[in-house]
Design a protein around this ligand. Structure first.
Ligand code: GDP
Ligand code: MG
Length: 443
């Protein structure tokens, strides 16, 4: 899911990063691109409208256009708004103060209720040594009961069933009595679905709810159904006042819009996502990680935050200016090194850049704090003219610097070479050319 959306957003942001200054017109273009990307991904149009307005207002209101790194700040705004849209905080499963916790599953036919019941029961079993009971309350298709029984066998969890001749409400009543007797700590009620919302089904579910008084009513929705998933969620929520949503089939070829709309439209949190057919393929839903995934950012946001926190803003702005004008010299280099030293291990910082964690260059990047000290010593042995104009560093000057700093000439040469590479790389990055950076660092 989300590949299309991620690709479009990344393209938009790459275009934005290429601009040194971001004008209001650039911002407008960017927001239009984001709006189209979200609509294309099947996000509900009302949600999109609100999203775009909020981000634009914030961008204009907080004068980030005049500030440091406006493109990055806008990416961060978009990320933060995406997180908010999906619920901000993780929403854990409700738990009853006394056993059993009763979880009622609801949703259209084929959404994944029976599968998710098994997945969730297995998760609780593995993580909390829970002893769940599954109740088969879908009496309309014999196959549905067989399916739940099979799921139960697969995960070694008991299933309560009475075939198809007893009413669902009675089955649930008997099942709960059985759970009380067996002291099961969780009870799952696997209910019937229909191809579409209909009154008779809704009444049946309302009756089951009234009897069982579930702690959790999880609506299972198929992410592949796009806008329909959102309408379904609205319909079920109106009638049943659900407590949470499980979004299934996020592993499939879905455009992902449902994940982004359901929370805003229903006000109910997504608690889990299904990402495969196997019993293990259920994950807790984390709004923040989902936003990063959508933006294709990896831990880039952590890096942005870290950089913002630890760098002196004014100094960083000056540095950015110098990089852009390509007047970055050895004096700046030493300042930069000092700041990097203050930020913590350079390897950690580098690894947060997408694609860097597994880059072979990470292995031979020596960032021993001692090396930084040596590098500084070399720079301190340069004359001012040399620091400001590295091009004049001929062999005899290099020999003098080596003697002055107590470092071997080869090290001085290597350091100057690295400086020149770094300067080139930073210049490329400031133009938004991240691809160029990888090529540079690979060799
Ligand atoms: P129910 O009618 O709501 O009980 O739906 P089922 O649990 O029977 O699931 C319908 C189909 O969707 C089955 O073939 C499941 O294997 C499949 N399914 C359920 N959840 C997922 C998921 O997260 N990913 C994928 N790929 N398939 C799923
Ligand atoms: Mg089923």
């Amino acid at each position: 899911a989300f590949e299309g959306l991620t690709e479009r957003l990344q393209k938009t942001f790459t275009n934005l990063r290429k601009k040194g200054k971001v004008t209001e017109a650039d911002l407008r273009d960017t927001m239009r691109e984001i709006r189209l990307a979200l609509l294309e991904a099947d996000v509900n149009f009302k949600v999109v409208k609100q999203f775009v307005k909020t981000v634009r207002d914030q961008a204009i209101g907080s004068d980030i256009l005049e500030g440091l790194n406006p493109a990055q700040q806008i990416v961060k705004l978009v990320n933060d708004e995406l997180v908010k849209m999906m619920g901000e905080e993780d929403a854990p499963l409700n738990k009853s103060p006394k056993i059993p916790t009763i979880i009622m599953m609801a949703g259209l036919q084929g959404a994944g209720k029976t599968t998710t019941t098994g997945k969730l029961a297995l998760k609780l079993k593995n993580e909390q040594k829970a002893r769940p009971l599954l109740i088969a309350a879908d009496v309309y298709r014999p196959a549905a009961i067989d399916q739940l029984v099979q799921v139960g066998q697969q995960i070694d969890v008991p299933v309560y069933e009475e075939g198809t001749d007893v009413s669902p409400v009675d089955i649930v009543r008997h099942g709960l009595a059985q759970a009380a007797e067996n002291k099961n700590d969780y009870v799952f009620i696997d209910t019937a679905g229909r191809l579409q919302i209909d009154e008779k089904l809704m009444q049946e579910l309302a009756d089951i709810k009234a009897l069982a008084q579930p702690n959790e009513i999880l609506l299972v929705v198929d992410a592949m159904t796009g806008q329909n998933a959102v309408n379904t969620a609205e319909g079920f929520n109106e009638k049943l006042d659900i407590t949470g949503v499980v979004l299934t089939k996020l592993d499939g070829d879905t455009r992902g819009g449902a994940a982004l709309s359901i929370r805003s439209v229903t006000g109910k949190p997504i608690k889990f996502v299904g990402q495969g057919e196997k019993m293990e393929d259920l994950d807790v839903f984390h709004p923040d990680r989902m936003a990063s995934r959508i933006l294709g950012m990896g831990d880039m946001l952590t890096l942005i935050e870290k950089t913002q926190k630890d760098f002196d803003e004014k100094q960083a702005a000056e540095m950015t200016q110098k990089i852009r004008e390509n007047t970055f010299d050895f004096n700046d280099f030493v300042d930069q090194l000092t700041q990097v030293q203050n930020m913590g291990p350079l390897e950690d910082v580098m690894k947060m850049i997408p694609g860097m964690a597994n880059n072979p260059m990470m292995k031979n990047m020596n960032v021993d704090p001692k090396d930084i000290e040596h590098t500084k010593a070399i720079v301190y042995s340069m004359t001012n003219a040399e620091r400001e104009d590295p091009d004049i560093l001929n062999p005899s000057r290099r020999r003098r610097i080596a003697a002055g700093s107590g470092r071997p000439v080869v090290e001085v040469n290597r350091m100057i070479k690295q400086f020149n590479q770094m300067k080139k790389m930073m210049n490329q990055m400031s133009k938004g050319n991240f691809a160029g950076m990888e090529g540079l660092m690979g060799n």
